[in-house]
Design a protein around this ligand. Structure first.
Ligand SMILES: [Zn+2]
Ligand SMILES: [Zn+2]
Length: 331
């Protein structure tokens, strides 16, 4: 296996783990078409493994997928997590197990991000010696007790003010360009349309009317920003909430059917509370990742088709041999 990405030349990273490939942290395989890839962590492109090591790699990846937990699945793609490794199986639908531990990882990552703001704010107010203690929830007297609240409020404000990374829609009522921020998504409603399973009716920040209907990737992006904000504003024990959220998604049969059910309710995002709000965010996250993987997979299969086709084309084989012989024309 090559050590660097064929698309961006970045190092592929990771040690390959049980895949036996010696490199990579995220892998993809298509057992039905006998293809295996190492996914680049830098550019997300799929690097096709050499044909002679493919069968071994597929067998190893199949074992990894069987030992791991299925985090999300669509008709064609399953995302399986095994410790630090991700295995993407493409081609056929397996069963979903919405794993609580996976939510645990998400929550840890979110907590780390919060600390990046909370600690500097606390340091600015009370100095380094007590900031870490305060951020970790230590009690330092009445005044100090206000610091976590203050710095959390600042952090929530920062997240709420973040622009939603989509092409701003035009308001159907007042014609304004709707520059949406995470906090605006609170007043949006989930919808189900004839074209999309999941759509989002967003309120115009200028005229406060129902200004635009987002679908597909735009709806997903807006939901992800909005729900991060909605969930930040809520208090309570995250760990307990996480396992409740996982259970809610599980009971509905996975992220896709959970989201379909929520879309039918057509309620404002801001009305989601507690575990249900978290479940919604997690389900949207999983779906978005899956859609991105599906897009990458289609592209990777196209490239594999061409690459494998070239290998069996006698004309190309001849041309390659000539190149090896020193590139002499007709040699
Ligand atoms: Zn790359
Ligand atoms: Zn408007």
């Amino acid at each position: 296996m090559f050590a660097s990405c064929g698309f961006c030349s970045g190092a592929l990273g990771g040690d390959g783990g049980p895949s036996g490939l010696g490199v990579g942290r995220r892998f993809a395989f298509d057992p039905w078409r006998s293809r295996a890839w190492v996914v680049c962590q830098r550019c997300s492109r799929w690097n096709l493994t050499a044909i002679d090591e493919r069968l071994d790699a597929i067998a190893a990846l199949d074992r990894m997928a069987a030992a791991g937990r299925i985090a999300a699945t669509s008709e064609q793609v399953a995302l399986v997590r095994l410790g630090a490794y991700d295995v993407v199986r493409v081609g056929k639908p397996p069963r979903v197990e919405m794993a609580t531990w996976r939510y645990g990882e998400r929550i840890k990552a979110r907590e780390r991000e919060r600390m990046k703001v909370v600690i500097p704010v606390a340091i600015a107010v009370v100095g380094l010696s007590v900031a870490v203690n305060v951020a970790a929830g230590g009690s330092m007297g009445a005044f100090m007790g206000q610091i976590p609240t203050l710095s959390n409020a600042i952090y929530t404000g920062i997240v709420g003010g973040r622009k939603v990374a989509i092409e701003p829609p035009i308001c159907a009522r007042c014609g304004a360009v709707m520059v949406l921020r995470a906090k605006h998504v609170r007043s949006a409603r989930l919808q189900r349309t004839t074209r999309a399973d999941l759509a989002l009716l967003v309120i115009c920040p200028s005229c406060k009317g129902e200004g635009a209907l987002l679908e597909g990737a735009d709806a997903e992006t807006a939901l992800r920003s909005g729900l991060t904000y909605v969930n930040l504003r809520q208090s309570g024990k995250l760990k307990k909430k996480a396992s409740e959220a996982a259970a809610q998604v599980d009971v509905s049969g996975g992220p896709e059917s959970f989201l379909a059910r929520q879309a039918q309710r057509e309620v404002k995002l801001g009305t989601y509370k507690g575990a249900e709000a978290l479940a919604l965010e997690m389900a949207v996250d999983e779906q978005a990742e899956l859609h991105e993987l599906e897009r990458q997979w289609r592209q990777a299969e196209e490239i594999a088709e061409i690459a494998d086709g070239l290998l069996v084309d006698p004309g190309v084989e001849d041309a390659l041999r000539h190149l090896k012989d020193g590139g002499r024309p007709g040699g």
